[in-house]
Design a protein around this ligand. Structure first.
Ligand code: ADP
Ligand code: MG
Length: 308
């Protein structure tokens, strides 16, 4: 058996319409009904001619498909369907992965789908694939997945500048969780955030003080900088009382992975990695790779392109 997923245009309208009718026709009736069942050959061909779609076939038989619609930096997945006979065979997951690949090749920063509240299995599927609920209209949920942002930081100055640029996108209530080995550049990056937010006091590697508040000099949010390196448990992170200042400040937790996630549903998880990995290197400068993972709907309309 050979399974292939192809980016298609209007030439595939008949196959895509066939999948839509089989997939949506097999669902329990919904109120209001799914508009997918009103699609025609013409409407599908027109939609495919605009932004294309995906068709998954096995030995030439169409098993699943979707239609793309581009809205700015977001790619909307419409009419996502798997024929009833192929359900549970991984077709849906293959379609999502192919959609992500296509989106990345277009420089898209987020995917969006709609799911029906009455179909909890479908909501759970998107959730499992990293989509979060971003809004609700009646029985319709909008679910969104924002892609990780990857950057190279060739020098400590680049790490600082990255922090400064990111600060311009932050506001009170934001939580950043930093991961990376000792010396990766977490504090260097946080200094950049402090500079960008224009806060008082030098951002340093906390030694005995494990959480420090830097008030704003310009009427903006404070920077709360915590270092969880010496903390062993969630209870100890509770003792830092980060919750007290969370809403009014930008909170940055070094070594917070596995400890600080519970503080906020919306957060940025940032990994900094020394790629050369040679710890004995005498050079003061070597390249870091950074990955920013936006979690939650807070980050939907963030102009990430300003980071580069
Ligand atoms: P951490 O807080 O992750 O333990 P620090 O920011 O305190 O790390 O230290 C990072 C050290 O590595 C600093 O001395 C910095 O000058 C140096 N460095 C070298 N190259 C880079 C780079 N590309 N990005 C960030 N820091 C770098
Ligand atoms: Mg540090």
């Amino acid at each position: 058996m050979s399974r292939t997923t192809t980016v298609v245009g209007p030439e595939a309208a008949a196959d895509v319409l066939g999948v839509i009718q089989a997939a949506f026709g097999a669902r329990p009736p919904l109120d209001p009904p799914a508009p997918a069942l009103l699609e025609t050959l013409e409407s599908v061909a027109t939609a495919l001619a605009t932004d294309g779609g995906l068709l998954l076939t096995e030995d030439g038989v169409a098993l699943g498909s979707l239609i793309f619609r581009r809205e700015g930096d977001t790619l909307v997945l419409r009419r996502f369907g798997v024929v009833p006979t192929a359900q549970g065979s991984g077709v849906a997951g293959d379609l999502v992965r192919a959609a992500e690949e296509h989106a990345l090749s277009l420089g898209i920063t987020a995917l969006r789908v709609v799911a029906r509240v009455e179909l909890p299995a479908s909501v759970a599927f998107w959730d499992h694939n990293g989509f979060v609920q971003a809004g609700r209209e009646g029985e319709t949920l909008h679910m969104v997945k924002v892609f990780p942002i990857r950057l190279e930081l060739p020098t400590p100055e680049a790490a600082h500048t990255f922090g400064q640029r990111l600060a311009a996108l932050l506001r009170a209530g934001d939580l950043l969780i930093l991961t990376g080995d000792l010396g990766a550049g977490k504090t260097t990056f946080t200094k950049g955030i402090g500079a960008g937010l224009q806060v008082r006091g030098e951002v340093t590697s906390p030694t005995f003080i494990i959480a420090r508040v830097h008030p704003s000099l310009v009427g903006g949010p404070a920077l709360v900088h915590a270092d969880a390196y010496r903390l062993g448990s969630i209870d100890e992170i509770d003792d830092l009382d980060l919750e007290m200042t969370l809403a009014e400040a930008v909170t940055v937790v070094e070594w917070g992975a596995g400890l600080a996630e519970g503080l906020a549903d919306d957060r940025l998880e940032i990994d900094i990695v020394r790629t050369l990995g040679d710890v004995s290197s005498v050079e003061d400068t070597d390249v870091r790779q950074v990955v920013v993972r936006p979690i939650g709907k807070r980050w939907l309309d963030t102009p990430w392109h300003t980071l580069t």
